[in-house]
Design a protein around this ligand. Structure first.
Ligand code: AHR
Length: 513
């Protein structure tokens, strides 16, 4: 290897002229083992603000392509990025949701107040059948969060029977009466949400007991084994993970973790989505990178009880959470999405890929018009956010084999603080192509890198880049294509080396064949 570096040092003179320091990277292609589950690229849609209503599900009168009341322009956009699973109906809403209110003739469904999100009236026109029709159109797996906080064991048990049983029973007859003959065979099943908070304010010991009771009666029906997911820790509550793994680790498919990136770190004044200076950007990225420590430390605790890594760490809520857009309902969590959001998405997905031995599912919050959205809507217009484009670029990692990456990142320094400027993940797909996703968090500097890939034979490299002039740049309804994917043609093969000059504040995905 030393010899290769020496050779390249000469050849590189032509490609990376003028750089005092070049970052050396090794991507180990020798023996890839771990698969990056496509479910890491999952999404979340809650009955919150304009995610479901006026997002996926619109008025009959709206002049857009629709199936029933589901917007097909949105479905098409999400199919393009291969959404693998969709979590529903919450969030906090899940623990107040009674599924029987959302079946049967729509004009007879009970109405409720959405106490968590703006106190608005919920007409239950979007319920179980509508959600599962949406998942069918998206060709993704449904991930349903059941109600533990205000529900009953019986209510959850019957919902699973209604969804998944093909035997004759009152529940399955009701499903048929409502228009669905065959069971849906839903696999991913959340047993409550944030049970330490809006899901019932429980202690970990109490919830572990509840989890086992609810999970026991959420039955496996013929050809429909459930993958039961327990409500996990709030950010760095490592005790929660310890207690759950100790008491119920052998009865769950997954255990969740929630972490939101707050620009200021202060829930009372989180910071604007679009108006921020470099120091606030730096702090935001530092808070985002905390995911690396969280995933590592929760995984280490899980390893204690589950050294074979059977239980998945499911990060089913993540993303940036800012102040709402001025003039919008504070309970609707509507925020714009800038280049900064794209850098957060790219960085977080790199962290998940690199921990895919334990992180086997994740869900960005939330798909449309809420928090770090993929899509924003205004009447019959839609726009794709910078975050959407990152999921588009990264879809190549879905179900590919993880290739370990070794390197020391240069620092991005702000005042007396520093964070790694570059983060990377790499994978090998079933056709033999290698994909490398690189994020440069430095807003002011290009970063030259040269990479060796022992164990990989490749001849060509091509790539895509997402960047903008300013970190605060957004796509707007007036200028929806302001930030979009461009081809990246400056990566080169130089002997055995891949040589790249990574643009400032950018996400780059390379394909080597
Ligand atoms: O995603 C918004 C909310 O954040 C969810 O409802 C809740 O689970 C979390 O606190």
């Amino acid at each position: 290897m030393k010899k290769l570096f020496a050779t390249a040092a000469v050849a590189l003179a032509a490609n990376l002229v003028g750089y005092a320091q070049v970052t050396n990277i090794t991507i180990d292609g020798a023996n890839p083992k771990t698969t990056i589950s496509r479910h890491i690229y999952g999404h979340f849609s809650e009955h919150l603000g304009r995610c479901i209503y006026d997002g996926f599900w619109v008025a009959d009168s709206m002049n857009v392509p629709k199936k029933d009341r589901i917007r097909l322009d949105i479905v098409d956009a999400l199919k393009k990025i291969k959404v693998p699973n969709l979590r529903w109906p919450g969030g906090c809403f899940a623990d107040e949701y009674h599924w029987r209110d959302g079946i049967g003739p729509r004009n007879q469904r009970p109405r409720m107040v959405n106490t968590n999100w703006g106190g608005v009236s919920e007409d239950n026109s979007f319920g179980t059948h509508e959600f599962l029709e949406l998942c069918t159109l998206l060709q993704c797996e449904p991930y349903i969060a059941g109600n533990v906080g205000s529900g009953t064991v019986e209510e959850m048990a019957k919902w699973v029977e209604y969804l998944n049983s093909d035997a004759s029973s009152t529940m399955t007859e009701l499903r048929k009466q409502n228009g669905r003959e065959k069971p849906w065979r839903v696999k991913f099943w959340g047993v409550g949400n944030e049970s330490w908070g809006c899901g019932g304010n429980m202690t970990p010991d109490y919830y572990a007991g509840e989890y086992k009771r609810y999970a026991t009666y959420a039955r496996n029906y013929r050809d429909a084994p459930l993958l039961r997911i327990a409500s996990g820790a709030n950010v760095a509550d490592y005790n929660w993970t310890d207690v759950l793994m100790k008491n119920a680790g052998n009865q769950m498919w997954g255990l969740t973790l929630h972490h939101y990136t707050l620009p200021t770190g202060n829930w009372r004044k989180k910071g604007s989505a679009t108006a921020f200076e470099e120091t606030e950007y730096f702090n935001t990225m530092k808070n985002c990178l905390f995911m690396e420590e969280l995933v590592t430390r929760h995984s280490t605790i899980m390893d204690k009880y589950d050294p074979e890594k059977k239980v998945a760490l499911v990060v089913d809520e993540w993303g940036i959470w800012t102040d709402v857009e001025p003039g919008t309902n504070p309970g609707f969590l509507y925020q714009q999405n800038s280049l900064r959001d794209a850098l957060i998405a790219g960085t977080t997905l790199n962290i998940f890929n690199n921990h895919s031995d334990r992180v086997r599912m994740a869900n960005l919050a939330q798909t449309i018009n809420v928090l770090q959205a993929l899509i924003l809507t205004k009447g019959n217009q839609i726009l794709l956010t910078p975050t959407y484009h990152v999921f588009d670029m990264y879809k190549v990692h879905q179900d590919a084999k993880l290739l370990p990456v070794n390197f020391n990142s240069p620092d991005y320094i702000n005042g007396d603080k520093k964070i790694p400027a570059v983060n990377i993940s790499a994978s090998l797909d079933s056709a033999g192509a290698v994909h490398i996703s690189l994020v440069n968090l430095e807003p002011n500097k290009k970063i030259p890198i040269r990479t060796l890939l022992p164990g990989i034979k490749w001849k060509t490299v091509q790539g895509q880049v997402l960047t903008a002039k300013k970190l605060t740049d957004v796509n707007s309804f007036e200028n929806p294509g302001n930030i979009k994917i461009a081809s990246f043609n400056t990566a080169k093969k130089d002997g055995e080396y891949l040589v790249v000059e990574l643009p400032a504040q950018s996400v780059v995905v390379l394909e080597l064949k």
